[in-house]
Design a binder for this molecule. Structure first.
Ligand code: KG4
Ligand code: ZN
Length: 331
């Protein structure tokens, strides 16, 4: 019998719906929200209103693209958290309504677990146990993945997430939101000639707030000497910021891999779309003897495909939730 899951993701500023059959992603549709660019960041109230406007057309599109009728759906999955409460509520309410009206089982999914399991949307799959560096706008984690539904966070950020480090640095440079993809693009034409100090955090945890402060003071000093400094050196500044963030991330990932003796290494989350990180991971993997796993771009940033893949494994494990499952903002 086919297991066909309709999955909804609405944790931040992307409204996404996907149809997954027997673990295979048949469709994965995302409606982004341009409005936040005007404000230089995600505005929660604007996000939840946009989710309300987008959710029905995005679900319709996902069903059409998958060539699946609503009657063929076996279960409905939604992101329960972490994320923005007002945004999560829209996806959760839609999923509950859809499930209730058709008498279907509901599956709640943790967004960060789904970023990790996005690796199972494609082949070859990582082999258990593997390590996954999950880097997004809200989280930075090293996750020890023992099985589909058995994960342990062994390292995390103590302050800003890696995506925030990109976005906040970009703000200092006058770049739009989200700055991560822009810094990535500009860095390709530059060189990391400006060194920023690395934090000395013990263990497997990360910190990015010091980097942000040193970038701020560096730019202030340079602009005081030459008001056109940022404009004249934008590519090199971006390459330097990216190099620093990637170095901080990969040094801790290497430490974790050596400590645990694990050689299947994956990256996930929005920042895993970064070309500097992808390339540096491949290089480090070559030196360390790792098998590296890098998702396709579609599965790096927020998408319902990864929610559906996770839900499929929860379905097989019989992990369903009730209509009373409420969203949560924090992990
Ligand atoms: O996983 P995601 O789509 O949403 C969250 O769950 O937060 O991650 C969004 C983050 C943003 O901070 C964005 O700037 C960053 O991912 N990002 C990138 C790139 N593409 C997205 N950062 C660096 N380089 C990129 N190419
Ligand atoms: Zn995410």
């Amino acid at each position: 019998m086919n297991v066909t899951i309709l999955a909804i993701e609405s944790s931040c500023d992307d409204t996404s719906a996907a149809v997954i059959r027997n673990g295979q992603v048949l469709s994965n549709c995302v409606a982004g929200q341009e409005a936040h660019r005007l404000y230089g960041g995600v505005v929660p109230e604007v996000a939840s209103r946009a989710h309300q406007a987008n959710i029905v057309p995005v679900v319709d599109l996902a069903l059409k693209k998958a060539d699946v009728a609503a009657e063929d759906i076996s279960a409905v999955a939604f992101t329960r958290g972490p994320g923005l409460l007002g945004s999560l509520l829209v996806g959760a309410s839609f999923a509950k309504g859809f499930a209730l009206s058709r008498n279907l089982p509901l599956i709640e999914v943790n967004h960060m677990q789904a970023h990790v399991l996005a690796h199972f949307a494609e082949t070859p799959h990582p082999r258990f146990p593997f390590l996954c560096l999950t880097v997004s706008g809200g989280h930075t984690q090293i996750v020890l993945v023992r099985d589909f539904l058995d994960m342990e966070i062994i390292g995390k950020t103590l302050d800003d997430a890696a995506g925030e480090a990109f976005d906040k640095s970009g703000k200092l440079l006058g770049l739009g939101y989200p700055a991560g993809p822009l810094i990535d693009k500009l860095a390709r034409e530059g060189h990391p000639v400006f060194p920023f100090p690395e934090p000395s955090i013990p263990g497997l945890d990360f910190s990015f707030s010091g980097l942000k402060t040193s970038i701020l003071y560096f730019l202030r000093g340079k602009v005081a000497e030459n008001p056109a400094f940022i404009e004249q050196n934008l590519n090199d500044i971006c390459a330097s910021i990216q190099h620093s963030i990637v170095t901080i991330l990969l040094k801790k990932l290497r430490k974790a891999a050596r400590q645990r003796g694990i050689r299947d290494i994956a990256i996930a989350g929005g920042v895993s779309a970064n070309s500097g990180l992808r390339q540096a991971l491949e290089e480090m993997g070559g030196r360390e003897g790792w098998t590296t796993h890098i998702p396709r771009f579609e599965f790096c940033t927020d998408n319902a495909g990864m929610i559906g893949v996770t839900a499929y494994y929860k379905y097989l494990a019989g992990e369903f939730c009730g209509q009373d499952a409420v969203p949560y903002a924090r992990q």
